[in-house]
Design a protein around this ligand. Structure first.
Ligand code: ADP
Ligand code: MG
Length: 320
């Protein structure tokens, strides 16, 4: 069934707001901030064929579109408040929209993050979400705070989303149940909002892992003016990924992308507090390296030997 623009908005995206002063339906939405808080905002654009496969279930796409934005708030240690949704749709397909809205709004409700507005147009399938959150002044986790002597940590497990992507591309084969597990990691990432909040005042810097660990850690190193050593074989991996050859494991954990885990640094004196923050948030946290004054990123294998992984990282899937 096909719906008009305003019917579509009203039916799927207009809901009563509780936290915001005004939601969907007027020219602007009005958010309520607690006195003295800073507004944290971030925006992500998802384009069919570039950021997601056209085969993805609409419910999962709705989940992921919001999850990647909440992940940015998490990386800043911000509390989610609300979001806007701008959609370009090839057609107004009610069944597709119902699924998309279900996945989107279930995650929104889980984080008490309200849909307060947006824009809707016909065009190629493109989804833009802008999230809003709040954080006390001076407490946002930034990319620029890493210092020599800090530990480097990651949350959760890395690499399964990349494994799924390689399976979709046909460069490796996974049996049914394993493929489904990897695919879930790719299509249903969990934004680490509670962990970001628990790390305020503990972590010295943070970023969420969207483009692959090496690239994203590079952002912290550049912004902070430091270098790092990573112990590659200590990177947390699922049993599924551990069953793959070591070069695949390294490729997926180091260059994977789409993990939406937090990568963060904290002074070595605060290890117990980091562990406690992970426990409070219900997310495993793993110490994977250290920050050093010497610029650049050094990768070590399990025996402490230097790895030149530019080669291993890229050649496997190109040639293999
Ligand atoms: P305007 O012409 O002022 O841009 P629109 O007619 O585009 O407003 O939208 C009407 C109302 O519906 C606005 O409050 C807008 O924020 C909201 N809206 C439009 N598209 C969406 C969407 N995809 N999700 C949520 N709210 C939306
Ligand atoms: Mg509009």
């Amino acid at each position: 069934m096909s719906l008009g623009e305003f019917e579509l908005i009203e039916r799927f995206f207009e809901r009563p707001v509780q936290r915001a002063a005004l939601g969907v339906g007027d020219d602007c939405a009005l958010l309520r901030l607690q006195p003295g808080m800073q507004l944290a905002t971030s925006s992500d654009l998802l384009v069919e064929g570039r950021h997601f496969l056209s085969t993805v279930a609409p419910e999962r796409l709705g989940h992921k579109a919001l999850a990647v934005n909440l992940s940015d708030l998490a990386a800043c240690g911000a509390q989610p408040l609300g979001f806007t949704l701008s959609l370009s749709l090839p057609q107004s397909d009610a069944a597709w929209l119902a699924g998309f809205a279900r996945g989107l709004l279930a995650l929104a409700d889980a984080h008490a993050c309200e849909l307060v507005g947006g824009d809707t147009t016909r065009g190629p399938l493109v989804i833009n979400i802008t999230v809003f959150g709040e954080v006390p002044p001076g407490q946002a986790l930034l990319r620029s705070g890493a210092r020599p002597g800090d530990d480097c940590w990651v949350s959760g497990r890395l690499g399964d989303a990349r494994l799924a992507l390689e399976a979709f591309r046909g460069s490796l084969t996974l049996p049914g149940a394993q493929f489904e597990q990897a695919r879930q990691a790719m299509e249903l990432p969990t934004p680490r909002v509670a962990l970001g909040l628990a790390l305020r005042g503990v972590a010295s810097s943070a970023i969420d892992l969207s483009d692959g660990l090496v690239g994203d850690l590079g952002h912290i190193l550049r912004r902070s003016g430091v270098g790092a050593t990573l112990r590659v074989d200590t990177l947390p991996r699922s049993e599924l990924l551990q069953a793959q050859p070591l070069p695949v494991q390294r490729e997926c954990t180091l260059a994977g992308g789409d993990d939406y885990e937090l990568l963060f640094t904290a002074p070595a004196a605060r290890r117990a507090e980091v562990e406690a923050a992970g426990a409070r948030a219900g997310v495993p946290v793993t110490r994977v390296g250290s920050i050093e004054a010497e610029p650049g990123l050094r990768l070590l294998d399990g025996a402490g030997q230097r790895l030149d992984l530019q080669v291993a990282a890229f050649d496997h899937f190109r040639n293999g």
